[in-house]
Design a protein around this ligand. Structure first.
Ligand SMILES: C[S@@+](CC[C@H](N)C(=O)[O-])C[C@H]1O[C@@H](n2cnc3c(N)ncnc32)[C@H](O)[C@@H]1O
Length: 301
């Protein structure tokens, strides 16, 4: 395996952090073990040579391959299940379901799609039970094109099959055969996948009632995390909910229009509920510093 020099390591990790937010500070070995195959593929003798080729490639394909290799796309169905229960039991009953509107959910950093499909299958269940009467749409986005291709296919193996709720297997998934199964079209129809870098504003500028942004903040340092959360807030409707992972913290994200609700759940301030609270209590603080509230309540750092 070809070793990175300190200079090469700083160049590549600095670029990835600046453009994608991913902190590879202590990941020299990871970069070497993932990128050395690329060296052979593009006939580069060392990483300086490789990096020049990446920068000269105006199609962007080499950079995309690098990002596909350097991102961690690990995910699974029903991950951190408590969030889905919160959505169904706490958020759906509060929606104005007779407004004729649509429930819009953004799954930011969705990797290979299991999070989006989990959401869709839970919500289809809710529609069948009459708990959700309005239509819903899910946007799944990620920076890895390779992961998004897998998400669009919606074909998974035995480990994923084992994590499905039993009744989902017949209702929303095809038969398990040849070591894999496929998500049915009626579930796929609820989801749109799109490449998107979370350090940039969402081009479609949608406004979402719910945003899942889980298990991605851990790869960012404070500065980029703050930038990301600020942008996410711009796409979250007042009164809407943001879910992070239980292992993540919003520390350093000060002065965000977010109210801490419970571990890994935040609410965008400024909705109707806030107006009512404000009317009753003039001292009500509309904009709270989430980091202070978060740490005080969870002890997370
Ligand atoms: C560990 S996966 C999380 C998947 C899923 N959200 C979950 O909780 O299971 C992290 C994902 O974040 C994506 N990611 C990392 N940096 C990103 C960025 N700047 N913009 C968008 N996605 C990013 C990676 O490509 C990867 O698929």
């Amino acid at each position: 395996m070809v070793k990175l020099t300190e200079n090469e390591f700083q160049t590549i990790s600095g670029y990835v952090r600046m453009h994608y937010g991913i902190n590879l500070e202590k990941k020299q070995f990871l970069i070497e073990s993932k990128l050395w195959i690329e060296l052979a593929r593009c006939k580069a003798d060392n990483y300086t040579d490789y990096w020049q080729k990446v920068r000269m490639d105006h199609t962007g394909e080499m950079e995309q391959r690098m990002i596909d290799l350097l991102t961690t796309n690990y995910t699974y169905f029903c991950r951190e299940e408590a969030h889905f229960s919160f959505l169904m039991n706490q958020i759906l009953p509060k929606l104005d379901q007779n407004s004729g509107g649509m429930l819009n959910i953004w799954c930011a950093a969705c990797a290979t799609g299991q999070e989006c499909y989990t959401l869709a299958m839970y919500l289809l269940d809710c529609q069948n039970m009459g708990k959700l009467t309005m239509p819903f749409r899910i946007l799944g986005s990620d920076i890895s094109e390779k992961a998004l291709k897998a998400a669009e296919k919606g074909r998974y193996g035995s480990g994923d099959y084992a994590r499905l709720l039993p009744h989902w297997k017949g209702n929303y998934c095809g038969a398990f055969a040849g070591g894999e199964f496929e998500i049915k079209q009626k579930v796929k129809d609820q989801i749109r996948f799109q490449k998107h870098n979370l350090l940039t504003p969402l081009p479609s500028g949608g406004m979402f009632q719910v945003i899942f942004c889980r298990n991605v903040l851990i790869y960012f340092r404070e500065q980029e995390r703050s930038q990301l959360v600020k942008l996410i807030c711009q796409s979250l409707k007042p009164g809407g909910y943001l879910f992070t992972s239980f292992s993540e913290t919003l520390q350093g994200c000060s002065n965000m229009p977010l109210e801490y609700i419970q571990p890994a759940v935040y609410r965008r301030t400024g909705g109707q509920a806030d107006e009512k609270k404000k009317d009753k209590n003039p001292d009500y603080r509309r904009f709270q510093t989430v980091s202070g509230v978060h740490d005080q309540n969870t002890g997370l750092r």
